[in-house]
Design a protein around this ligand. Structure first.
Ligand SMILES: [Zn+2]
Length: 209
């Protein structure tokens, strides 16, 4: 009710071009989304069994990721989850698996008030009929930022300092908004596999091509 009243007074805008839009993106920007080959090619040494990602991290998809992460546009998580499910084949969400969000750094989570990957996983969960299992956390002591690290350090997973909450699910679908180098997913997968996970897939909303 209140939302509807606010929308009448201040029509919602497209997160990519700032023209009026009902659901996150205007029609034009929706058409500009860059859909990619959803199955990412993995290195032979990868800890992941498969990585699925429907969109290039560019243009309107990038705008949505930034809006969710940096402008607290949490309502976008539903739209992004729908786009993922519409684009990916069912095998990206195998029955018996559980969705494990890639954990944000505790400092970022605190300053934002939410964890964007968890929001995305929470929206995916009923759509793909898989439970949410927040099995991973990042230790508070870690202060390093991915942005401040070189590529080799990111690839080594030095910025994550991950820990398991409890025994992880046997079949896991890691969930995140964007994959840049793949180092974060690899590090999460390594920790999950060491903890007992047998099959580890990853689904990211977008990836750097
Ligand atoms: Zn637009």
């Amino acid at each position: 009710m209140l939302r509807a009243a606010i929308d009448l007074l201040v029509p919602p805008l497209c997160w990519a071009c700032r023209s009026p839009a009902r659901a996150g993106l205007c029609d034009q920007c929706h058409l500009r989304l860059e859909w990619i080959e959803p199955r990412a090619r993995l290195q032979r040494s990868s800890e992941l069994d498969e990585h699925w990602s429907p969109l290039a991290f560019d243009g309107p998809a990038r705008s949505l990721v930034h809006a969710l992460k940096f402008h607290s546009a949490t309502a976008l998580a539903g739209l992004m989850a729908k786009q993922i499910v519409d684009a990916l084949p069912p095998r990206a969400f195998p029955p018996g698996g559980a969705l494990v969000p890639v954990p944000a750094h505790p400092g970022r989570r605190r300053s934002r008030g939410f964890d964007h990957a968890e929001l995305l996983a929470r929206e995916l969960s009923p759509r793909v009929m898989l439970p949410l299992a927040s099995a991973l956390a990042r230790r508070r002591a870690s202060v390093a930022s991915q942005r401040g690290l070189g590529r080799s350090e990111r690839l080594a997973g030095h910025s994550l300092d991950l820990q398991l909450f409890h025994e992880p699910p046997k079949h896991v679908v890691l969930v995140d908004d964007v994959c840049t180098t793949g180092a974060t997913l690899e590090e999460c997968a390594r920790v999950l596999r060491n903890g007992g996970s047998r099959m580890i897939l990853a689904v990211t909303y977008s990836r750097v091509k």
